[in-house]
Design a protein. Structure first.
Length: 202
């Protein structure tokens, strides 16, 4: 998973409340891929068209050991489109999924959050296809998730290297509003653009 670049963070601070979009890439046979997005329009990126499609990711929670459990990706199967591929290609078992998270305004930059997963199993019913996936990183015994993305809480140490605040205030309550009052919102270490809830773990 890559670190977030400056333009991504600038968009998060500038576009408070704007929804992130996800681009999904499903490998189903050698070099063949399916491309979907949870955006409300089709997206073209890197010469590929990501078709808008009803697709969701189940909430990720940590185990007591701090490792990442299985992640479920649910895709609508009302049209039987994705179900047909799954039945023809052995449930996509062992195949890769790549998820790119970004803003539309950062689409054509390198500022994406990229997650790579392996498909372990699949469940098909009349309404949905649900893939059960594990992070590729887990085979290296890397503890995931790397970072929790909070809307309103700054992760930086006050006046530290990442914060860079050099004003007269001696305390900070770690909120975006306090950071803005200090005129230091461009260095805010939270992610106000993350939709919904207090935290989003990726």
């Amino acid at each position: 998973m890559k670190e977030l670049g400056s333009s991504f963070n600038q968009e998060l601070n500038k576009k408070d409340g704007e929804a992130l979009i996800r681009l999904f890439e499903f490998n189903y046979n050698e070099d063949n891929w399916l491309y979907f997005t949870d955006a409300d329009i089709d997206i073209t990126y890197d010469n590929n068209t990501y078709t808008k499609f009803p697709i969701t990711i189940d909430k990720i929670t940590e185990t007591k050991e701090g490792t990442l459990p299985r992640l479920s990706i649910k895709i609508s199967n009302v049209s039987k489109y994705i179900g047909g591929y799954v039945e023809d290609y052995d449930g996509f078992r062992g195949k890769k999924v790549i998820i790119r998270t970004c803003f539309l305004s950062t689409l054509n930059t390198s500022d994406h959050i990229i997650d790579k997963l392996n498909i372990d199993s699949v469940n098909i019913d009349a309404l949905n296809v649900t893939f059960s996936c594990t992070p590729i990183f887990s085979i290296l015994n890397v503890t995931l998730p790397y970072r929790k993305f909070s809307r309103n809480f700054c992760m930086w140490k006050f006046k530290g290297d990442e914060c860079c605040y050099n004003g007269s205030d001696t305390v900070c309550n770690k909120s975006f509003s306090d950071c803005k009052l200090k005129g230091n919102q461009s260095r805010f270490g939270g992610f106000p653009g993350v939709p919904g809830g207090k935290y989003k773990t990726i």
